[in-house]
Design a protein around this ligand. Structure first.
Ligand code: UDP
Length: 318
């Protein structure tokens, strides 16, 4: 008899979480999606709701959860600076209390757990590109600290549960990822620029626009997460997952204006505090250990993202 694996995905109604739910259902898993819908949305998973192998629980993982599952992907946490700075105490709580609760669950059930960590653990990096051995340059009292330090503490907890309790852990450090189902108003650069371009509004470049980011298309990232989860037990990570092709924010703005045929002008606004100057993942380890390589070039991914927002904006819900 084929037994479906019961996979718990925290943050399953979010941008990355919803794509992960979809992919794991396609692979024959029984998916339990837990989300407090703070930034996640039912709209992201509406197509999964009729599926008997999908369940949504509106729960906050800062409170303990009693459930029987076989695998855990811990993705819950607002990821956009606007959202995570809106309630910074809760952001730290979801990373610390939430991780402790999920690790405790994994420990009781003796199951594997993956942590969605972030390139933000490197802060405003003084090493470029960033490899996993780089220890980062993080401000512990700034506006981004709730997220950066929260995620760093979550990594600490994962490795202490691994060393102290022999828990099977996987830690992915996710770099900027984009694609359909990004939150419309979350302030991330790709969604902001695409929505501004489609509406003919000014494109808001922060600072001089010479800061860089490296953008990974969501499908590539999800494949990487699943490959990491299913890698041999001695592969704990942390492993960088992201697309190493690096662009300045101005280049991104120009590209999106050209691709949408928009008449939007570019305007410059002040750079947010502690905004990293440059970011590019060194993915040597992911290539070697997971045989993973992002495949979708920025132009192709942007085309799909633009089509998504175009449809969303013209729908009554947009
Ligand atoms: N950014 C921008 N205009 C916007 C939104 C963001 O110039 O409307 C810049 C932001 O200052 C940062 C980069 O784009 O340098 C990426 O920002 P995002 O919030 O997407 O992610 P981050 O990598 O900073 O977490």
């Amino acid at each position: 008899m084929h037994i479906r694996k019961r996979v718990l995905i925290t943050g399953g109604a979010g941008f990355l979480g919803s794509h992960l739910c979809e992919r794991l259902i396609e692979q024959g898993c029984d998916v339990i999606c837990v989300d407090n819908l703070y930034t996640g949305s039912k709209r992201n998973i509406v197509q999964l709701l009729p599926n008997p192998y999908f369940e949504l629980y509106r729960l906050d993982i800062t409170f303990p959860l009693f459930i029987e599952v076989d695998e855990i992907y811990n993705l819950a946490c607002p990821a956009s600076p606007i959202h995570y700075q809106n309630d910074p105490v809760q952001t730290t709580k979801v990373n610390v209390h939430g991780s402790i609760n999920m690790l405790g669950l994994a420990k009781r059930l003796k199951i594997k757990i993956l942590q969605a960590s972030t390139s933000e653990v490197y802060g405003d990096p003084t090493e470029h590109p960033q490899s996993e051995s780089y220890r980062g340059n993080v401000n512990c009292i700034g506006p981004r600290s709730c997220y950066d330090e929260g995620k760093r503490c979550a990594e600490t907890l994962f490795f202490d549960y691994y060393r102290q309790h022999n828990l099977m852990i996987k830690v992915a450090r996710i770099f900027n990822t984009y694609g359909p189902r990004m939150h419309l108003n979350d302030g991330r650069v790709v969604s902001n620029f695409v929505v501004q371009a489609l509406k003919g509004n000014p494109i808001t470049v922060f600072g001089d626009g010479k800061q860089t980011r490296s953008f990974c298309y969501v499908d590539d990232l999800i494949i990487g997460l699943i490959q990491l989860f299913n890698s041999p037990d001695d592969v704990t990570g942390p492993i960088n997952l992201g697309n190493p092709s690096e662009f300045t924010i101005l280049e991104l703005a120009d590209k999106i204006i050209a691709m949408t045929g928009s008449t939007s002008e570019i305007i410059f606004k002040s750079l947010p505090e502690d905004d990293p100057r440059q970011r590019r993942p060194d993915i040597t380890i992911a290539r070697k250990v997971l045989d993973w390589n992002p495949k979708v070039p920025l132009d192709e991914g942007l085309e799909k993202t633009i089509a998504y927002f175009d449809k969303l904006l013209s729908s009554p819900l947009g």
